[in-house]
Design a protein around this ligand. Structure first.
Ligand code: SF4
Length: 183
């Protein structure tokens, strides 16, 4: 089930690094960004499997870091599983190979995705910094329109401690509370 994620202020964590690999989970974070902007998650024939609302967020992080003369790169993998929380050993190795070239890896995923990244990089000097806070789970209604435009409308969110209870007026998707990268 998708989790709600919101941007975290990582400026202090990245203050002393010269290069950052921004590694994104392509599932919940793009869904949250799309719901926040009331934009499609996927428009296959327009943007492929990328979600523009989330790509803009990543670009803003990279712009901020570049202005501080920090070298940046991006990393996302979709196969065999797109979910960072379920990465195979092969995916962890691919991430390790890329991340070795950077001082830090900024993980755009929930706590579980960050755990996968930490596992992959545990024997390296690369600093793992989580770029998103996890705030609960999301219930949304998915719609698929021709030609392959996939959107989600959030219904309500459920915090861990409030499981099973209706929460009218809940937030609309993940990155709704704060809009810009805080690096
Ligand atoms: S790593 Fe977290 S954000 Fe990514 S799919 Fe798994 S639960 Fe969702």
């Amino acid at each position: 089930m998708p989790v709600k994620v919101t941007p975290r202020d990582v400026s202090a964590d990245l203050a002393d690094v010269k290069s950052v690999l921004v590694a994104s989970c392509p599932v919940c974070p793009p869904m949250c960004a799309a719901m926040q902007k009331d934009a499609p998650f996927i428009e296959l024939f327009k943007h492929g499997i990328k979600t523009p609302a989330f790509e803009e967020h990543i670009d803003s992080i990279r712009d901020t870091l570049t202005k501080r003369r920090v070298r940046t790169g991006t990393f996302t993998i979709h196969t065999p599983t797109p979910m960072m929380c379920l990465w195979t050993q092969g995916q962890r190795k691919r991430f390790l190979k890329r991340a070795r070239e950077y001082d830090a890896a900024l993980i755009m995923a929930c706590d579980s995705g960050t755990e996968s990244a930490m596992d992959a990089l545990e024997e390296t000097e690369c600093k793992v910094v989580q770029g998103l806070d996890m705030e609960g789970v999301i219930n949304a209604t998915t719609s698929i329109r021709f030609p392959l435009v996939i959107s989600m409308k959030p219904r309500r969110e459920r915090a861990d401690q409030g499981s099973g209870q209706n929460r009218p007026g809940g937030d609309q998707g993940g990155m709704a509370d704060r809009d810009a990268a805080q690096v």
